[in-house]
Design a protein around this ligand. Structure first.
Ligand code: IVH
Length: 700
């Protein structure tokens, strides 16, 4: 048995290595349980031999008493900021490269300047001071000259080494960004909500709040991370001659350095980097607000120097902001296809996430109450990627005092700042609005009486993936409903050219085209018809499953409408992937006499769909019973083609990867689904692999 001091040193080293593998490299070599076992062993050893405790012991990350206030720290080398290129397009990179060349006095024919291009992380800047390899201090940026000491909190970040690996310099100040990953942020907010505590607006605020926590035990519960991007004071180290080389060296010291960086030549290289990161921005696990270009050579950096506290050798090139402030001009409600009433904020137009936004969903009344949102409020609107814009927070400080609000009401102006209430009647048809038990959503009870629902039901019915009626767009549906020509989908098949041609802006020719489109849709498949009916919770895949299982529409109706409700639901649930909620929706829909009447009318007006004996319907094929997921762009097949081929071979094309996935078909630019599949050990195919699989004989 080794001596306690030897064993303690051994444990510290092991835990430090495993921690680095886990937090920085993302490739743990031992299980969490093994790590915990060693950790507890060290803790026990230190408890019986307190003299063995060292400041770099992994047991010392969390601890110490809450502090009363932060101590100011004078930065030995000031923490500077960088200029932002004003042009957010490619011209921004060109402009910067031209300026660097001018500042360096390079002639036009001189070779391209070499840059290190990296991400501009959206967190907060931190300076870590290592002396002889030991983390001795961590400080915030503050005003650049003086920051605040936050060592205790920073020590809780598992990714930050308490001791550097290898030959460490006498002094090494590492600068970088503390941030929170988006998944960790979402989990944190979910937890806060559960505890009834305040949620955070965005990962940056959550990270900044955690770093400035006076109690490091609270900070330890906020999963923070770190990326190194620069240096402060350095003593006793020959700094590598390039920025990229310096970052590599920091990585070798055990510090986390982001791998999403390149060495780029000239404006062309910078533009390519800017574009490639823009394309990836939404799939990165953390927020960035742009990219940063740095002249790679330290010698050239020194030559370029600084201007008014900003280096000439670095610049930020931003992307459109994904969060902006604006004001709420009104709160309206929208009626969805199945009657759900959703509150929507009407906003003063604001440019966010690359588009001008004037509306944002508020989800439901609970969300509005949680935000305490009122008309007139200043709010933060977020639009990331193609996700619909969302109000993430209210800036309560900007709401005028209560008296002013009362004044507004008393002077009979717009009753601003009054809490929002859901209407008790549908704003479109006046029917009662109900909130079903256990649901967040309110619903209009009008069904097809409600023109809002009717219009959307018709849009859906005519849509490409449903009955695919060419020439019948949303505007035309609105018009047909408004003038009273169409009430139900069956009415479409009774339209005549004379009535149609009377419509505004409808030429005889387009009327004829529309009728031809409607006529063409008369012959369809059972799956399309079921999908087109617009049953709640029945999407395209479920519609296909139902068609395959029942073979005939009447078989489905008979099953769903059996007198014995439990028996009906049980039969429906024997369809693959149909659960209790979907089964109930199908029964509710088909039991409504007016819905069955629509089906009868469709039949009477010559709409027909392929029917077959369910026994014949059992698919055959090499992919029978297999679930596949397609991701990325395939070289020749469109997504729909690949899906159709898979289904024709008896397989199922699912939307997301899970343990039940048999194959992932991955094309160009495959993202998180590919990672997930690899993680779960799902077999991965390319297009050629899929085609080969389809060509094999069925196993039966
Ligand atoms: S370099 C002397 N690199 O952006 C250059 N800064 O104004 C010092 N930031 O608050 C900064 N990502 O926290 C640099 N890759 C990166 C960065 C980065 C984010 C932040 C930094 C600072 C601001 C620069």
């Amino acid at each position: 048995m080794s001596l306690p001091n030897q064993r303690a040193a051994e444990l510290r080293e092991l835990l430090c290595r495993y921690g680095h593998e886990y937090y920085v490299l993302d490739t743990p070599s031992v299980t969490d349980a093994e790590y915990d076992r060693l950790f507890h062993e060290l803790e026990a050893l230190e408890a019986t031999h307190p003299e063995l405790k060292t400041p770099d012991s992994p047991t010392q990350r969390v601890g110490g008493r809450p502090v009363a206030a932060f101590v100011p720290v004078q930065h030995a080398v000031p923490m500077l900021s960088i200029r932002t290129e004003t042009d957010a397009g490619p011209a921004g990179a060109e402009h910067y490269d031209a300026k660097v060349r001018r500042d360096l006095g390079l002639p036009a024919d001189a070779p391209a300047v070499v840059y290190a291009a990296e991400l501009k992380f959206d967190g907060l800047a931190i300076s870590l001071r290592y002396e002889h390899g030991l983390l001795v201090r961590a400080a915030t940026r503050g005003n650049g000259e003086t920051g605040e000491e936050v060592t205790q909190n920073i020590r809780t970040i598992g990714q930050i080494p308490l001791r550097l690996t290898g030959q460490a310099p006498a002094v090494l100040e590492v600068r970088g960004e503390v941030y929170m990953r988006r998944d960790a942020f979402d989990a944190l907010n979910a937890r806060q909500r559960e505890l009834g505590e305040k949620t955070f607006v965005n990962p940056r605020n959550a990270a900044a709040g955690a770093v400035r926590q006076l109690d490091s035990k609270i900070a330890a519960k906020r999963p923070l991370r770190f990326f190194a991007y620069g240096l402060g004071e350095v003593v006793g180290w020959e700094i590598p001659p390039t920025h990229s080389g310096m970052l590599d060296a920091l990585g070798a010291f055990g510090l986390p350095v982001c791998s999403e960086r390149i060495v780029a030549e000239g404006a062309v290289g910078l533009i390519a980097f800017h574009a490639s990161i823009a394309a990836k921005r939404d799939s990165l696990p953390f927020d960035i607000d742009g990219v940063v270009y740095k002249v790679n050579s330290r010698e050239l950096q020194q030559q370029l120097g600084f201007v008014s506290r900003e280096p000439r050798w670095a610049v930020a090139h931003k992307y459109p902001a994904q969060e902006m402030l604006t004001t709420v001009e009104a709160i309206d409600v929208q009626v969805g296809r199945t009657g759900t009433i959703t509150p929507v904020a009407r906003l003063a137009p604001v440019f966010v996430g690359g588009v001008t936004v004037t509306n944002a969903t508020l989800h439901n009344i609970d969300r509005i109450r949680q935000l305490d949102l009122r008309v007139g409020d200043t709010v933060i609107v977020r639009r990331a990627g193609d996700v619909i814009p969302e109000v993430v927070d209210v800036v309560l400080d900007r709401r005028p005092m209560q008296e002013e609000a009362v004044d507004l009401i008393e002077t009979r102006q717009v009753p601003k700042y009054a809490p929002f209430e859901m209407p008790s009647n549908c704003p479109v048809c006046g029917s009662h609005v109900v909130r079903e038990e256990g649901e967040a959503a309110y619903r209009c009870t009008g069904g097809l009486v409600c023109t809002a629902q009717r219009k959307q039901a018709l849009w859906h019915f005519a849509s490409r993936r449903a009955m695919d009626i060419e020439g019948l767009g949303d505007k035309l549906v609105d018009q047909l409903v408004d003038v009273g020509l169409v009430r139900t989908p069956a009415d479409l098949y009774r339209l005549g050219i004379l009535k149609l041609a009377e419509l505004d802006r409808m030429a005889e020719k387009s009327a004829a085209n529309l009728l031809a489109g409607i006529d063409k849709s008369r012959t369809t498949t059972l799956a399309r018809l079921i999908f087109a009916l617009g049953i709640r919770n029945v999407g395209e895949t479920t519609a296909k499953d139902l068609a395959r299982f029942f073979g005939k529409l009447d078989a489905l109706i008979d099953a769903a409408c059996r007198e014995d409700e439990l028996a009906a639901l049980a039969v429906l649930q024997s369809v693959p992937d149909v659960g209790p909620v979907v089964a109930q929706s199908i029964r509710d829909f088909l039991q409504e006499p007016h819905n069955r009447e629509v089906i009868e009318q469709l039949r009477a007006n010559g709409v027909s769909w392929s029917e077959f004996e369910p026994s014949e319907a059992v698919p055959m094929g090499p992919l029978l019973g297999k679930t596949l997921v397609i991701t990325g762009t395939l070289p020749t097949l469109s997504r729909d083609d690949a899906k159709a081929l898979i289904e024709a071979a008896g397989g199922k094309a699912a939307g997301s990867v899970s343990k039940k996935t048999d194959y992932l078909v991955a094309g160009e630019a495959a993202g998180s689904k590919l990672d997930k599949a690899q993680e779960l050990g799902v077999r991965i195919l390319d297009e050629a692999g899929l085609l080969a699989l389809l060509a094999t004989q069925s196993e039966q």
